[in-house]
Design a protein around this ligand. Structure first.
Ligand code: AMP
Length: 286
């Protein structure tokens, strides 16, 4: 595995691979890698000549009161996992090379960035869209792989790619879960034993809601109330940022279930914020 730390060198390396007829599959991450990340890496390895993974804990997507400083970091462990997966190139830049003095250009994906997580993390998706655009310009992928776990992120990135005529396929990969249903996340490392035992409540309540929809209930506020009750019944839950039934394209709140819907939640357990979602296709299910 080749290790590249300097954006300009990554750019030259990418050009070289493309010129040699080896299109690039790209997996952007913030490190502290788990099976969720590795599932994206494996998919990219299957579908591309060259796979590039990036590890960059992007400071601009964290709010001032958020966990940038404490975000889990495990470079040695990550290197070992990526070597085992036979990744071709790891791009691991530092923040001063990504954002040199005078940096002043940002990407705003309007209308999608202020919903769901964006309502609670005001400049988060501006930070995400900007860094993903930079990473795309540096790594020059033909395909880029994102997890459904961060569904809103994929909606925002797809919109950016479409609006700005970027010639990159965005591939959405399924959420990888622990045996008890908890979506794998680097932030799960923050949970103590009792919190970890309680955390599957998020997926359980999303699954209950999905069951109600499959049984024919279409009253979205009714389903939302049942979801909320089941989450709040868990004493370890310290808050619910949002939870409900949304249009997977516009991310608008739905009053009635139709076609394909997004069930999504952001829940706090102690001080840890967990997000999860399920897509339910009503037409397919009935
Ligand atoms: P992160 O390191 O959290 O920024 O995540 C990097 C990529 O891995 C994003 O596309 C995430 O959606 C994806 N990812 C994170 N957790 C999971 C998971 N449990 N299953 C599938 N993909 C995931």
């Amino acid at each position: 595995m080749e290790l590249v730390r300097i954006p300009r060198i990554m750019q030259d390396t990418a050009k070289d691979h493309i010129l040699r007829g080896k299109p690039i599959g790209f997996v952007p991450t913030m490190g502290a890698l788990h099976e969720g990340h590795l599932s994206l890496v494996r998919r990219s390895k299957q579908e591309n000549h060259t796979t590039v993974v990036s590890i960059f804990v992007n400071p601009t997507q964290f709010g001032p009161a958020e966990d940038f400083q404490n975000y889990p970091r495990d470079t040695e462990g990550d290197l070992e996992k990526l070597r085992k997966e036979e990744v071709d190139i790891l791009f691991i830049p530092n923040a001063s090379l990504m954002y040199p003095g005078g940096f002043s250009t940002h990407i705003e994906v309007e209308g999608l960035s202020d919903k769901l997580c964006g309502a609670f993390r005001p400049s988060h998706f501006k930070g995400v869209a900007t860094v993903v655009m930079k990473l795309f310009n540096i790594v020059k992928p033909a395909r880029a792989y994102f997890g459904q776990k961060d569904f809103q992120q994929t909606v925002v990135i797809r919109r950016m790619v479409k609006d700005l005529d970027m010639d990159i396929d965005i591939v959405l990969c399924p959420t990888i879960r622990e045996r008890d249903g908890l979506a794998m996340s680097s932030r799960n490392a923050y949970l103590n034993e009792a919190q970890r035992a309680a955390a599957p409540v998020v997926f359980r309540s999303l699954s209950e809601a999905s069951g109600l929809i499959k049984s024919g209930i279409i009253d979205a506020p009714h389903i939302q109330r049942i979801m909320q009750e089941s989450i709040l019944a868990e004493p370890a839950v310290s808050g619910v940022d949002y939870m409900g039934i949304y249009d997977p394209v516009t991310l608008n709140v739905l009053s009635e279930v139709r076609d394909e819907v997004l069930l999504a939640a952001a829940v706090k357990i102690g001080r840890t914020r967990l997000i999860d979602n399920i897509l339910v296709n009503v037409k397919k299910e009935r």
